[in-house]
Design a protein around this ligand. Structure first.
Ligand SMILES: Cc1cc2nc3c(=O)[nH]c(=O)nc-3n(C[C@H](O)[C@H](O)[C@H](O)COP(=O)(O)OP(=O)(O)OC[C@H]3O[C@@H](n4cnc5c(N)ncnc54)[C@H](O)[C@@H]3O)c2cc1C
Length: 547
């Protein structure tokens, strides 16, 4: 395979390397059993060395005493505490390798898994706002009821500045009321969901129970306040973590700043050299820079716009699109297949008829058999800006699309709330409204003294405004994924409406969006649960008998 490739290792060298490589004799191989800092430093040498990676590992790490290789790798010690100490002892060595031979991107060569438990939704959203290099997963409000108590207390964040103020008892009373209402409504609503969508004989018990439970929790999630504690698991590279730590330090919320400090402590044990600058003068100054600019801009915005009343709008508003989109996208489709300039191709495409352009688009997109057959980069040539006004629950879901540019306004009660129509049909809406109205009064009351902290009270049912800018390629992904049957109705409606509004201005560009689902479903999760059931059955059939 690799004509000009060779690896000559002695038997002894092979013995030393063997625990850390997926093979010793081929030009493509994986690294195993090595701590992140070693892998990162090892790769960083690639750009300044003619040696193979195996040779670098041998000569510059395994045989270099200052690399503390034996201690760090733990293969020899098998003791986690020893490994952490060894990483710290060898920090100077790794810093020298990383700074001396690499650039900023070297910190992308090592990663860490970090679990953040018992954090509020304010903090969870602050983490998930990072887009590049971080992959989060969060406890679901659909599959997990959020009313379990610990030591007799609901799990919500007792915000310190509120708890130290005269608002503390009102804060707790409001949040208790929200969680009590959530708890009290689960059983009656589940009974109503079951009575409205009885199990059909072909549906399995497990699939039906899961789907009805998910539907019930979906309908009630609007009662959960932003203070609700959740768990977020994160995998990310060092560079992404370093930037995240700087951003967390710049937020107005004490909890989020403290979370950043805790994360730094843990990351310092796993990838210290990669996240170090978050706490140096450079990191601290960057955080101050972000914070100061944000505060000043907020004051300016208040001064300029504070007296203007917001007009009412629909949930989804396409505020900007490119009238030249079709020409640009078609030109981008042809571009890699010619040696002409982009300007020449655009001029040519401008002279084509709509039918001719559609033929080019259809050839490029081809036969899409599923939503995973995605159009290519030419579809990134045009953008759409949407202004959205929807419940916080929907924001939490759509916020997770990292390829978009998204910016939100504060969590507030100013735009009213959305109570699902099903609660009205089940005649349970009054209790929900009462808890939501009480939460609004409390938010306004606390907000007069502590505007940032008051956001913890706001329940997910309240509407908020956010702006998203996305290209056509991501629009295909988001609309098809988020309109799919198993999605939550509040974001399905947004995805469907985005599709309709883009269709109205660029019909030829969305003509291949075949997997947008414009139907309504009574039990969104049912089909997905039934598919899981079929898979489980197939797996059981394929397994040999256990006795
Ligand atoms: C029905 C449903 C239920 C869900 N339930 C949960 C839940 O319980 N908990 C939860 O945390 N999330 C949940 N999600 C959110 C989900 O995990 C995704 O984060 C979210 O849908 C964003 O879409 P995306 O990951 O496809 O990526 P986007 O951010 O929209 O990116 C578009 C595409 O770019 C690529 N891409 C983007 N970032 C990366 C990356 N870092 N590495 C590799 N490829 C990347 C992928 O191909 C991706 O599909 C749910 C989503 C749906 C639709």
């Amino acid at each position: 395979m690799a004509d000009f490739w060779e690896e000559s290792l002695t038997e002894q060298e092979g013995y030393l390397l063997q625990p850390f490589m997926t093979n010793l004799d081929r030009s493509v191989f994986g690294l195993v059993n090595l701590p992140e800092v070693v892998k990162g430093a090892l790769f960083s040498r690639y750009s300044r060395s003619d040696k193979s990676l195996r040779r670098i590992l041998l000569d510059e790490f395994i045989k270099a005493p200052e690399a503390s290789f034996a201690g760090i790798v733990g293969h020899f010690t098998n003791n986690n505490a020893d490994q952490l100490v060894a990483i710290q002892q060898a920090e100077a060595f790794y810093d020298r390798v990383l700074v001396g031979y690499g650039d900023d991107s070297v910190a992308e060569l090592g990663g860490a898994h970090i679990a953040c438990e018992g954090i509020s939704n304010i903090a969870a959203k602050a983490i998930e706002d990072s887009r590049l290099g971080l992959s989060p997963l969060e406890k679901s409000t659909r599959y997990v009821p959020f009313n379990r108590k610990i030591n007799g207390r609901y799990r919500y964040y007792r915000e310190p500045s509120i708890m130290a103020s005269s608002h503390s008892s009102r804060y707790e009373a409001t949040l208790e009321h929200l969680f009590d209402t959530y708890t009290a409504l689960i059983d009656p609503l589940l009974s109503w969901v079951i009575s409205r969508t009885p199990k059909d004989p072909t549906t399995s018990e497990r699939a039906y129970n899961n789907a009805t439970k998910a539907k019930t929790l979906d309908l009630l999630r609007g009662l959960l306040p932003m203070a609700t504690l959740t768990n977020v698991g994160l995998f990310g590279n060092g560079r992404a973590f370093e930037y995240l730590l700087v951003k967390l330090a710049a937020t107005p919320h004490e909890e989020v700043r403290a979370l950043g400090i805790s994360m730094q402590q843990e990351l310092d044990q796993i990838i210290p050299s990669f996240v170090k600058r978050a706490k140096t003068e450079r990191g601290v100054k960057a955080a101050q820079y972000f914070q100061t600019n944000c505060e000043r801009t907020e004051l300016l915005a208040q001064k300029l716009l504070g007296q203007i009343q917001p007009v009412s709008t629909s949930t989804v508003q396409l505020v900007e699109y490119d009238p030249q989109a079709e020409v640009k996208v078609v030109a981008a489709i042809l571009y890699p297949h010619t040696d002409l300039t982009f300007a020449q191709i655009k001029e040519y495409v401008t002279g084509l008829s709509t039918t001719e352009r559609v033929e080019i688009i259809n050839t490029y997109v081809g036969e899409r058999e599923s939503r995973f057959h995605r159009p290519g980069r030419a579809f990134e040539e045009t953008y759409y800006t949407f202004d959205l006004l929807a419940d916080i629950g929907a924001y939490r879901d759509l916020h997770r699309h990292r390829v978009l540019t998204q910016e939100r306004q504060h969590y507030s009660v100013r735009h009213g709330y959305v109570v699902p129509i099903e609660l009205e049909e089940a005649n349970l809406q009054e209790q929900m409204r009462k808890a939501l109205d009480y939460a609004a009064e409390t938010t306004e009351l606390i907000g007069k003294d502590l505007p940032d902290a008051a956001q913890y009270v706001v329940p997910f049912a309240y509407r908020m405004r956010w702006r998203i800018k996305l290209n056509l390629r991501e629009a295909y992904h988001l609309v098809e994924l988020r309109s799919s049957q198993q999605g939550h109705p509040s974001y399905r409606i947004i995805a469907q409406e985005m599709y309709r509004q883009i269709s109205a201005v660029h019909p030829a560009l969305v003509a291949n969006m075949h997997f947008v689902d414009l139907n309504d479903y009574a039990l969104e999760r049912l089909a997905a649960e039934q598919r899981i059931e079929t898979k489980l059955k197939q797996r059981n059939q394929n397994q040999p008998p256990t006795s």
